[in-house]
Design a protein around this ligand. Structure first.
Ligand SMILES: Nc1nc2c(c(=O)[nH]1)N[C@H]1C(S)=C(S)[C@@H](COP(=O)(O)OP(=O)(O)OC[C@H]3O[C@@H](n4cnc5c(N)ncnc54)[C@H](O)[C@@H]3O)O[C@H]1N2
Ligand code: MOO
Length: 314
């Protein structure tokens, strides 16, 4: 007799996985093993018209999600795992995902949207909940997917030339050692698409900051970071300097903590990002949320920044 579905064994701390695979023909020596995982009965499955086995349901769900940035495993215990085909920014259509999970009897579970992911990283799992699911549920699933361009995708990072302007008389005059350079270099190292152009350390003069920004622009920078001098002292000149160079200030101040004194602006297509002192102190700040989106080529709006408030307390 053939098994109608994968059979799972769980030994806490040691193993969780398939002990028998769907379709396995039960042998006499299997009986003791089946009893050891609590299977005193083995069921015969006969599908009615319109009913779909969990493995086929998962395959159909995966098929509808196919995208060049994704790979899919075979069903294991009814579940298919979705992985990243390459590095990039994970982008989920959260509204469509909500609708899918309201259908019932099937689930799509993802990592949070807008996080950086590496090739091979697990992004999502999908499955039917009962062993047999009605065709109508899958039709509803297909209808939701027809309303979105892609439910799950990975947007590759764009090659970007990045320059750093560091302000602060204490650093410029050598009273303290610069920490922004090493911290930012380490963060850039996680992205092979970043070409680091260099760092200019300047005093707290608006004109010096503007000169440094413009010299990076003249050399073809895509992204210019201005560090320090972002808060409330009269000699905090970075926001003013960025605003003078910019053609569009998206936001000075962001609903993200730490990093609330960050600033995002554009001069044409060049991205100008003001980074406050917290970035050299806290392991995770506004910068870590913004960088992957910027590197994936997303042009951020005020609404995008405002949306960080939910979950922005890091
Ligand atoms: N009264 C208020 N105080 C502060 C506010 C505020 O709104 N009202 N905001 C706070 C927030 S939030 C942050 S973050 C910090 C830092 O803001 P800044 O970006 O203006 O930082 P600085 O004043 O330039 O420096 C602060 C601190 O960090 C050291 N620093 C700066 N750059 C470097 C560098 N390249 N290498 C090493 N160390 C650096 C600097 O010497 C200071 O010690 O402001 C809060 N305060
Ligand atoms: O701007 Mo501060 O970076 O919120 O801690």
């Amino acid at each position: 007799m053939a098994l109608a579905h994968d059979l799972t064994q769980i030994v806490p701390g040691q193993f969780k996985g398939r002990l028998f695979t769907k379709g396995h023909i039960i042998q006499e020596e299997d009986i003791a093993v089946l009893l050891s995982i609590g299977k005193e009965h083995v069921y015969v499955l006969s599908l009615e018209p319109g009913e779909v086995h969990e493995d086929d349901a998962a395959r159909r769900m995966a098929h509808a999600l196919v995208h060049e940035s994704l790979t899919f495993t075979e069903p294991h215990e009814g579940k298919i795992t979705v992985k990243a085909a390459h590095d990039g920014l994970l982008v989920i259509d959260v509204q469509a995902l909500q609708k899918i999970n309201e259908i019932g009897e099937l689930v799509v579970v993802t990592k949070r949207t807008h996080i950086p992911v590496k090739a091979g990283a697990t992004l999502a799992g999908l499955r039917a909940i009962p062993l047999v699911i009605h065709e109508e549920k899958l039709a509803e699933y297909d209808r939701v997917l027809a309303s979105t361009q892609s439910l799950i995708r990975v947007v590759p990072f764009k090659p970007m030339k990045v320059g750093v302007v560091t302000t602060g008389s204490e650093v410029f005059k050598g009273r303290i050692t610069d920490r922004f350079g090493p911290v930012l270099r380490e963060k850039f190292d996680a992205y092979t698409s970043v070409q680091f152009m260099g760092q200019q350390i300047v005093d707290d003069q608006t004109a010096s900051i503007i000169d440094a920004i413009q010299s990076f622009m003249a050399k073809g920078a895509d992204l210019i970071l201005v560090t320090g001098g972002m808060s409330v002292d009269p000699d905090d000149r970075s926001p003013g300097a960025i605003a003078q160079v910019a053609t569009n200030v998206v936001s000075y101040g962001m609903p993200i903590l730490p990093g609330s004194m960050s600033m995002l602006a554009y001069c044409g297509d060049v991205i100008l990002l003001g980074l406050p002192g917290a970035v050299i102190y806290d392991a995770v700040t506004a910068f870590d949320l913004l960088l992957p989106l910027i590197l994936a080529g997303q042009r951020l709006t005020r609404a995008d920044i405002a949306a960080f408030g939910h979950g922005g307390l890091l």
